[in-house]
Design a binder for this molecule. Structure first.
Ligand code: ATP
Ligand code: MN
Length: 464
């Protein structure tokens, strides 16, 4: 059997009939009678199964008995034209090798149509379902497209650290990293924990954003992007927040907010188009099974110009909407997902880029506007998701930046290296962060962020 080279199902389904092949995969279903058995086999290379036909004159009933849903097999046979209308080709089996059985009494994925909640409980096996196969193939395609997009534009992929000693970004609560013995902490004379004894000689955390380091890269390499895991100890159990998520953060020298918005819009449109062009089978499956408007929504995003609107005008629309919101809205409040979605889904019916937020609800590094009240922030808001991108033009003036740090009562001593970018050869620059899983929620039509990452990390949940 092993003299033949294994061919993946995706390739077999596109091949012409009439040759000897070897296929390996997991059994999705088996049906048939005394004379013939049909096995739908999947190897993860495509949402589609290949049909393997066993002529029971050639195989004993005992040989086929352990070939049940979930079992792993190899089959040698001939690729033939299928008499059925469901597929062009099928395999006429000649030899069977059983790699691993899956006891029908205990294998949890016997039938279709399990709830997403149940599948989360068997997160170690859910990649074997059609749904998660589709989602993770799309996730891969999007990751690849992100690198391709930036590479084609001449951006440099900069690896920013996962462990950081700066807690200045303020983007969210942090996870501490330590090798100290928690049952026997070293103490200073005034009874504080003595971090000089810790691994890095100081307190350290997992990063909440690669932006500050990304800015260092942009001020040398011109245009960079980061794409890595990000950690926020947010205790919010929402369908849009993970404790560990992936973020793409481009940072560009010489871009002002207008170019920043242009890049963000072009970037997400490129990614959505890439998915439509390259993930058609998986998208069609998700469209048919979960969300009949999915493909239509993806197409509409690439064919529409995003609305660009100031926060002040956005709040005006919300206040005049007559809509009852759970959280009241007025100038100066941070927008909740319900407000963002009202603007996108009800009012404009297209993606919105909201700019010039009040400085008090945004981070210290955003460029201050002349009005003394707002900063050059830009959030991209999407249907069904709300905020998918958060970004801004950065404050390039050392003086204004230091003044803002002081106003906010932040500890600037740990930021000396960041402030050096403004001390030496400062320049206008901008950037943004796209939450990878938020993008995937939009592209796959899944409604819970736990279902677009292979191993979700959320409060009280890190088993597999
Ligand atoms: P939100 O208000 O939705 O919590 P944020 O304002 O904290 O988002 P930023 O700090 O601007 O978000 O982060 C940039 C992007 O990272 C967001 O636009 C979003 O796409 C994504 N993001 C932020 N927090 C999370 C999280 N906990 N899980 C998944 N993605 C996230
Ligand atoms: Mn947040």
């Amino acid at each position: 059997m092993e003299t033949l080279v294994r061919v993946k199902v995706a390739e077999l389904l596109k091949s012409k009939p009439g040759k000897e092949i070897l296929v390996k995969g997991w059994v999705r279903t088996k049906r048939g009678n005394k004379n013939i058995s049909f096995v739908a086999l999947n190897d993860g290379s495509t949402i589609n199964n290949i049909q393997v036909v066993f002529d029971m004159n050639l195989f004993s009933e005992d040989a086929l008995k352990p070939v049940t849903t979930g079992a792993c097999i190899a089959v040698k046979g001939e690729l033939v034209e299928s008499p059925g209308s469901a597929q062009a080709v099928e395999i006429s089996a000649k030899e069977l090798l059983l790699y691993g059985t899956a006891d029908p009494e205990t294998y949890p994925l016997q039938k279709k149509g399990h709830s997403m909640e149940f599948l989360r409980e068997i997160g170690h096996l859910r990649p074997r379902t059609n749904t998660f196969g589709a989602v993770f193939r799309i996730r891969h395609a999007m990751a690849f497209a992100i690198h391709k997009y930036f590479n084609d534009k001449g951006f440099v992929y900069l690896h920013t650290p996962v462990i950081t000693a700066s807690d200045a970004e303020g983007a969210g609560a942090m996870f501490q990293v330590t090798t100290l013995d928690l049952n026997n902490l070293p103490r200073t004379e005034d009874n504080h924990i003595d971090y000089q004894e810790d691994f890095f000689g100081r307190a350290a955390n997992l990063t909440v954003s690669g932006q500050l380091e990304g800015e260092l890269g942009a001020m040398a390499l011109g245009e960079i992007y980061t794409f890595g895991p990000t950690f926020r100890a947010e205790n919010s159990n929402t369908p849009r927040h993970l404790a560990e998520f992936w973020m793409i953060e481009p940072e560009m020298a010489f871009y002002e907010i207008k170019e920043n918005m242009d890049l963000a819009e072009d970037f997400v449109k490129y990614l959505v188009k890439y998915a439509l062009d390259n993930c058609a089978d998986d998208l069609k499956f998700l469209n048919d099974m979960f969300d009949k408007e999915l493909i239509g929504r993806l197409e509409s995003v690439i064919n529409t110009e995003f609305i660009r609107l100031s926060y002040t005008d956005g709040v005006d629309i919300l206040m005049k909407s007559g809509q009852k919101f759970e959280y009241p809205v007025s100038w100066g409040t941070d927008l909740q997902s319900e407000h963002e979605r009202y603007l996108v889904e009800q009012h404009f019916k297209k993606p919105v880029i909201l700019t010039d937020y009040p400085k008090d609800i945004k981070a210290f590094y955003m460029k201050q506007n002349e009005d003394g009240k707002t900063v050059r922030a830009m959030d991209v808001l999407f249907p069904k998701i709300g905020e998918i991108i958060g970004g801004s033009q950065r404050e390039e003036s050392l003086e204004k930046l230091q003044q803002r740090i002081e106003e906010l009562g932040m500890e600037s001593s740990g930021l000396w290296w960041y402030l050096d970018t403004r001390r030496f050869g400062s320049a206008p620059h901008s950037g943004f962060g796209l939450g990878f899983e938020r993008l995937l929620l939009f592209v796959t039509g899944m409604s819970n962020i736990r279902d677009v990452i292979p191993f979700p990390r959320t409060p009280k949940n890190a088993e597999f």
